[in-house]
Design a protein around this ligand. Structure first.
Ligand code: AMP
Length: 212
């Protein structure tokens, strides 16, 4: 099985090949076609399984296929991550995989100045990768609109709940359209994680894998 056999466009296949990947990992082989099919996905996966590419590659493909008329300033995809380190890492992967497609992305987290984040939002973005607290803060300041979000990724959902982000996540969910594609990743499935997944996902494809 190759990346192009999963249905990825040549621009994305070239970017993964430049990273030295030749064979999709098990989670990529199962999740990429499901995401391209616009299905919700419930992924049981640890870090190290290749889950970042499993959601980033089809996300870049879906967004780059849409007509860009220069007026669509509001982000259409949001990735929520528990820590600034993970958010930065996921964003870097999106930049690397998206080098041959015309997609604007930015990473947003707390502990740094607001202005560069506000400037990027005002210029217009397709993908935002964010930690929940700063994202909500920007929404409450009227700088971030989630009304165009059509794809949401919750990465490391179990860690987000452990870190006490449940109320922020619930508030963020209220700010986006109910009709959207949801991709939910967690290494463990406690009662609380399952409850959150159930409240978000519709007819999800379940992908459970160990390390690649
Ligand atoms: P992740 O689970 O997304 O944090 O990815 C774990 C590591 O595996 C990262 O360093 C990726 O660069 C690498 N990786 C992702 N997909 C593949 C693949 N198909 N083949 C080889 N390495 C990969």
């Amino acid at each position: 099985m190759s990346f192009s056999e999963l249905g990825l466009i040549p621009e994305l296949v070239a970017a993964v090949e430049a990273k030295g990947y030749t064979i999709p990992s098990p989670i990529q082989a199962r999740a990429i076609p499901a995401v391209l099919d616009r299905r919700d996905v419930l992924g049981g996966a640890q870090t190290g399984t290749g889950k970042t590419a499993a959601f980033s590659l089809p996300m870049l493909q879906i967004l780059s296929g849409a007509e860009f008329n220069g007026q669509n300033k509001r982000p259409r995809a949001l990735v929520l991550a528990p820590t600034r380190e993970l958010a930065a890492q996921v964003h870097q992967s999106i930049v690397d995989y998206g080098q041959h497609v015309n997609i604007r992305s930015f990473v947003i987290f707390g502990g740094v100045g607001f202005q560069p984040q506000i400037n990027a939002l005002r210029r217009g973005l397709d993908i935002v990768v964010a930690t929940p607290g700063r994202l909500l803060d920007l929404c409450q300041r009227g700088e971030m609109q989630l009304s165009n979000i059509e794809m949401l990724v919750l990465d490391e959902a179990d860690r987000m709940l452990d870190m006490g982000f449940i109320n922020d996540i619930k508030k963020i969910l209220q700010l986006m359209p109910a009709k959207r594609q949801n991709l939910f990743f967690s290494a463990t499935y406690t009662k609380e994680v399952k409850k959150l997944a159930d409240s978000m996902l519709h007819n999800a494809v379940e992908v459970e894998v160990g390390c690649a």
